[in-house]
Design a protein around this ligand. Structure first.
Ligand SMILES: [Zn+2]
Length: 69
């Protein structure tokens, strides 16, 4: 069985955008087992890296003393 499962209509797990050409998915086994909840990978399908980062609660932290615009 392929993971994530390719379906006829797929949408991004974060923004729900419909996907047609390609998608981003996480291959890390720990995250697949412990973080994502659907066995078929339904919630491990994203339209781009930004949506994936948001879904994983990744955020940018400004380092003190660094130059900011
Ligand atoms: Zn998205």
């Amino acid at each position: 069985m392929t993971y994530p499962k390719i379906k006829e209509s797929m949408c991004c797990a974060h923004c729900q955008k419909e996907l047609s050409d390609s998608f981003v998915t996480v291959r890390d086994n720990f995250l697949i087992v412990k973080f994502f909840q659907f066995a078929d990978g339904e919630d491990n399908i994203f339209c781009d890296n930004d949506c994936l980062a948001n879904y994983l609660s990744a955020e940018e932290i400004l380092i003190e003393g660094s130059e900011q615009e």
